[in-house]
Design a protein around this ligand. Structure first.
Ligand code: NIG
Length: 383
């Protein structure tokens, strides 16, 4: 039972077959059947199609569903007081993670599932069709498995982040905690996860510890990604590149040498401007990365400590206003870029064979995503 979206003012496909990497078509149409795109073309040619249903987009823009490739969505508790203190001048540190760990451990499975369902729905209503979810607020074998299992009910892109921070119960014995993460915890979580991650930063894990964790994860069949250069320059980039990580996430403090290394590698950078917004840090310079030829993804980093936003359009607006991206580059990074950061080609683009994750905006073109910050422009979705 095919459905045809007609009278699309601007179709943002991310399909280079239409000229450049953004693949923007004017006066277009798109058809899908059983959740998969079956045809893309001009509205004039759409007259030859014979779908069961036709949707008139009345000249609105249609874009791919956002791919949010970095979230910490499974948690309980509230850290608004921490945010308030930061806005009054306090500095963000990794230490606050432990307060969410305490609240999350106390929540029941059904409470966590309900909190997660609400957050995923909030994302969908703002145009996000694909979401990655990390563990990292359990930090015991029992609780990390619980978080991974619940996350897996919502996505195939589950990331094991047992190495989020050294939990208070291991104060002074970080290496013992790393042993646990690389051993019993990894064995128990791996069946639910696709990715292995580590927060490689002062106050979290050292480069040596991070290397051990990524390598153990790879031996268990997980794919590496890394949190790094969020709070200051670090060796995380070199580690990510040496392990063939698909992305280093944050990358706020990248040196020229880091960028050179990234440009010659298959590792991209996932920028998370919600974190800079909520921690009052300087924004990363996306222009510098793009000009060097580095692949850039944008994601929300939705978490209770450093970035409690579920809105990809908000991140797009920040990237355009503060990070030197054009609206088209920012939208690409929030869709195709996110898909790259998850090693996927079935999402983040509008082309035959891709998933029919379409977002019709109540706007004539994609520029409105940054031009109208704070306004939910999502008019209709197919997911
Ligand atoms: O991506 N960097 C580490 N993890 C989160 C912060 C989590 C928290 O503060 O609770 C982040 O910013």
């Amino acid at each position: 039972m095919a459905t045809l979206f007609r009278n699309i003012g601007e179709l943002f496909t991310n399909d280079p077959a239409w000229g450049d990497r953004f693949g923007i078509l004017q006066d277009a149409a798109v058809e899908f059947d059983a959740g998969v795109i079956t045809w893309v073309g001009s509205d004039t040619d759409a007259a030859q199609r014979t779908p069961s249903e036709v949707v008139d987009c009345t000249g609105n823009a249609v874009i791919p569903g956002f791919v949010d490739s970095h979230t910490h969505l499974v948690f309980a508790g509230d850290r608004s007081a921490e945010f308030e203190a930061r806005m009054a001048g306090e500095k963000y540190t990794a230490g606050g993670i432990n307060s969410t760990v305490t609240a999350t451990r106390s929540a029941t499975d059904s409470e966590l599932r309900e909190l997660l369902a609400v957050r995923v729905q909030e994302m969908k209503s703002q145009g996000t069709s694909t979401v990655e979810i990390k563990t990292g607020y359990g930090l015991t074998v029992e609780h990390e498995v619980r978080l991974a299992r619940i996350a897996r009910e919502f996505t195939d892109d589950v990331t094991f982040l047992g190495a989020h921070v050294v939990p208070s119960d291991f104060d002074g014995s970080a290496d013992d905690y790393v042993d646990l993460v690389c051993g019993e915890m990894l064995d128990a979580v791996a069946p639910y996860a696709k990715w292995i991650d580590v927060f490689c930063e002062t106050g979290a894990f050292t480069e040596e510890q991070s290397e051990r964790i990524l390598d153990a994860g790879r031996r268990a069949g997980l794919l590496p990604r890394i949190h790094g250069a969020q709070l200051g320059p670090s060796g995380a980039v070199a580690l990510a590149v040496s392990r063939g990580a698909v992305s280093i996430d944050h990358g706020t403090f990248l040196t020229d040498a880091d960028i050179e290394l990234l440009a010659g590698s298959t590792t991209g950078v996932t920028l998370l401007p919600g974190a800079e917004f909520s921690t009052r840090q300087p924004y990363p310079d996306a222009r510098r990365l793009l000009d060097a030829g580095v692949t850039v993804a944008l994601a929300t980093n939705c978490n209770p400590g450093s970035s409690f936003t579920s809105s990809m359009p908000f991140c797009i607006a920040l990237a355009v206003r503060e990070m030197g991206m054009t609206p088209a580059e920012a939208l690409w990074s929030a869709t195709a870029g996110g898909a790259r950061a998850l090693g996927r080609d079935d999402v983040g683009r509008i082309a035959v064979g891709a998933k029919a994750h379409l977002v019709e905006l109540a706007a004539p073109n994609h520029v409105h995503l940054a031009y109208r910050p704070g306004v939910n422009l999502v008019h209709r979705t197919t997911f």
